[in-house]
Design a protein around this ligand. Structure first.
Ligand code: HEM
Length: 409
């Protein structure tokens, strides 16, 4: 099949503010779309229909995560060795395939269980209440900066078992490496903080080895599968992945859900009047305006065919999750927000072997956060035009950087 002739502008504020019309056109005209990078390199295959996105995520042997495994030994030999810090950041389960991935995932699953998450309910509620207590009397806040951004950091610190006296330092470190770095100088700054964080974690690991506690770090240190444990590097990568993978995603779940409610006052009234709808509503928010624009890249393990196109070994495939979730082939009236619909099969948490490990935690944080905002802040309203909001420019994510709101005191 020939390459698509049409071009799609898939970056910039205008696209980020409303990617759905462009994704709808891609789904109709170029569902498997080869996109040449700005420099002529880094070309990508964008996949926009629900069924094709699901296929790419399901067929994890054909579409792999570890790009190194798609290169020949000669190709690998030509590459520059990665820095120690990059290795530490990259060697985690979301970049692993096959047995390596299964081992890392089963180790974290032993401790990051639904039961453990359920035990966090009261703690998460009190963290959400404390954040609201801090601002309640002001009558206004930035819902992202003052509420959605700190919430997942404080929650994960608690679950990991970061001692209360270290929480401020932990928050500063986490802020640094969940904030995207655009320039070399910013990356250098983040690298310094990351190195400090690794030194801090090393001490904490030693402490927990000496005197175990009922927390996730102790659980990860003790988790064992077929006599194997996580090595030191895998432990660092795992902790950092849990912090980063669970951050902007959860921030955007809260921010996008609230923006959707501001734009649909009837749905907001319904949820206010019946807070028990929240479980279902969170699924609909994840479908309607999901926090993650696209899954992380996949690489063709061998030359392969998808939707009539040949994808060559090593080429990159990008499954567009928020497009799949608006595909009329998969959902009735996909552009309508309906918190009572059953959007169970949405792909907001991905699909297949890399399906989000943190989904139960994210669902709980989202549900508590949204219901707490609606319950505690009467007549909560947005004070900016939705069209004037600034969007995160990170391609992976879909959400605004700020959300100014007011309420009646
Ligand atoms: C609303 C919030 C969240 C959303 C929308 C979300 C979404 C996703 C998605 C789409 C993937 C799959 C990526 C891919 O296949 O390329 C994923 C994987 C993952 N998520 Fe989440 N996530 C959220 C919250 C969290 C939280 C709170 C944690 C942990 C604290 C977490 C940890 C992970 C991990 C470790 C993986 C990798 C799993 C693997 O490779 O097997 N996520 N997430």
């Amino acid at each position: 099949m020939s390459m698509p002739k049409r071009e799609y502008l898939l970056y910039g504020q205008e696209f980020k503010a409303d990617p759905f019309p462009i994704y709808a056109r891609m789904r109709e005209d170029d569902p498997i779309c080869y996109h040449v990078g700005i420099t002529g390199e880094n070309s990508l295959w964008f996949v926009s229909r629900y069924e094709d996105v699901q296929t790419v995520l399901r067929e994890h042997r054909r579409f792999v995560k570890n790009w190194r495994s798609t290169r020949t030994p000669e190709e690998l030999a030509k590459l520059q060795p990665a820095s120690e810090l990059t290795q530490l950041l990259d060697h985690h389960m979301l970049n692993a395939d096959g047995a390596d991935h299964a081992r890392l995932r089963s180790l974290v699953n032993k401790v990051f269980t639904t039961k453990m998450i359920n035990q966090q309910r009261e703690q998460i509620q009190s963290i959400a209440d404390r954040l609201i207590d801090d601002v309640a009397a002001h009558g206004e806040m930035d819902l992202i900066d003052d509420f959605a951004f700190p919430l997942p950091i404080v929650v994960i610190a608690q679950i990991l078992g970061i001692p209360p006296e270290d929480r401020d330092r932990f928050r500063a470190w986490s802020n640094a490496f969940v904030t995207p770095t655009l320039s070399e100088a910013e990356w250098q700054e983040a690298a310094v903080l990351l190195t400090q964080f690794v030194a801090y974690l090393r001490q904490l690991f030693d402490e927990r080895r000496r005197s175990p506690k009922d927390d996730l770090i102790t659980g990860l240190l003790q988790a064992e599968e077929d006599g194997q444990r996580l090595n030191e590097q895998e432990l660092f990568a795992m902790v950092i992945l849990l912090i980063t993978a669970g951050h902007e995603t959860t921030v955007n779940l809260i921010g996008n859900a609230m923006r959707a409610l501001f734009a649909h006052p009837d749905q907001m009234t319904k949820l206010r009047e019946e807070p028990s709808l929240i479980g279902n509503a969170v699924e609909e928010f994840l479908r309607y305006d999901g926090p993650v624009d696209r899954a992380t890249m996949r690489f063709a393990a061998e030359d392969t065919e998808l939707g009539g196109f040949t994808i060559r070994r090593g080429e990159t495939i990008v499954p567009l999750l928020i497009s799949a979730n608006r595909d009329p082939r998969a959902f009735d009236n996909p552009d309508d927000l309906d918190i009572t619909r059953q959007p169970g099969k949405h792909l907001g948490f991905g699909f297949g072997v890399h399906y989000c490990v943190g989904a139960p935690l994210a669902r709980m944080e989202g549900a508590i956060a949204i219901n707490t905002l609606l319950r505690r802040l009467p007549n909560l309203r947005l004070t900016a035009e939705i069209s004037a909001l600034e969007w995160s420019i990170v391609p992976l994510f879909h959400g605004t950087s700020h959300l100014p709101v007011k309420w009646d005191e």
